[in-house]
Ligand binder design. Sequence first.
Ligand code: BES
Ligand code: MN
Ligand code: MN
Length: 456
Amino acid sequence: MQVWNEYLEQNKQRFLNELFDLLRIPSVSADSQYKGDVAKCAEAVKQSMLQSGCDHAEICPTEGHPIVYGEKMVDANAPTVLVYGHYDVQPADPLELWTSGPFDPVVKDGKIYARGACDDKGQMFMHIKALEVMAKTNSLSCNIKFMIEGEEEVGSSNLGIFLEKNKEKLKADIVLVSDTSMISMEHPSLETGLRGLAYMEVEVTGPNRDLHSGVYGGAVQNPINALCKMIASCHDENNHITIPGFYDKVETLSDEQRKALNAAPFDLQEYKTDLSVGDVWGEKGYTTLERTGIRPTLDVNGIWGGYTGEGAKTVLPSKAFAKISMRLVPHQTSDEIAAMFQQYFEKNAPASVKVKVTAHHGGEPVVTPTDSIAYKAASKALSTAFGKDPIPTRGGGSIPIVALFESILGLKTVLMGFGLDNDNIHSPNEKYDVANYYKGIETIPYFHKYFAEMSK
Ligand code: BES
Ligand code: MN
Ligand code: MN
């Protein structure tokens, strides 16, 4: 039993209350209406860093939302851990599907319900509270730098610039991130990869104005029909993506690697029941874990056009739109894939419509090493706190800045997430188990302890 466990035990309720204070601030980065709240949240994060033991904390303004930087330096000879997280959240809508207010956190059945509870306020704040626990019990063994941003959910474009400009300030030995999931409390795990992202928008234009669908219907191409056909053609009958060149750089894993990936506990029936789907779907020849972990995807995120109001209006619309994202795996790059996508849509457009493709923010895939000191320290930390060795997994989500930690700062990352796949992140009723929150605060000090010991 470590001294910090006792301190954590005595301060649990306050640690939860403090997280609730953060969750009450609607720091929605995508919606300019919340700009003031995002700034307020940054200030609250800064104050919590100082209150928890940082010697120094500051708000770093950017062209967009601010970055909060804080540090606690204990020993010039000790390794330095750069903790990354984000205090911004996704929009809460559709609001009517929440069973309690998205910014009015409550605990129900041992779970914290609020936007950001898991992604990422709950997980990010564990590191700030872990600092307090270590500082108050004289258990700090590493220098800690915090870099908590307010634009992760909108692509982190200003954070990349911040990294370029602050290489000296951000000098560290490892980046530690809790913004991913683990399998379960019974099966702790460590993600060893993140997918990249290419996010596109397609605009299809047919006639120069909306037309009466009786007068013109059947004689003029309907841009929504044309768009649907183009989208449908992106997958073949085996659910492979048909865009030429799309798989060219995708690495083939060895049978051994695939076997290891599929050895992780996974219950297909439970998965289907949880999602209320009759069957899963995906690329032929791959398991569900492979489909989310090591294979790329193409998905429509939104599609609109024509009349969507009440009742029926007979119209042959002038325009149709879709937002389409592709998740990428190692060696695919977002620029190359975006260009292939654009070519495919432009080439496949019939002469009866015009197609315009634009790229939104992208991000590159990453794999993190499993033979590094930092990975071993994280693995040992989880083993100690959970009483079980963690299972390495590949995560399906994206954190685009992680690739830039390596390319700009030369730093590797450890993805020590404590969320669960069914925490409803980005969805109504986002939750985070109270037990996971406390377990994270208990585990993090072990990481610092073992990382310092193993670095000697
Ligand atoms: N924390 C998530 C990413 C994540 C979730 C990774 C679960 C692994 C497991 C992050 O906040 C996120 O939502 N990222 C976005 C990308 C971003 C550019 C909007 C995503 O993955 O869609
Ligand atoms: Mn996140
Ligand atoms: Mn997110």
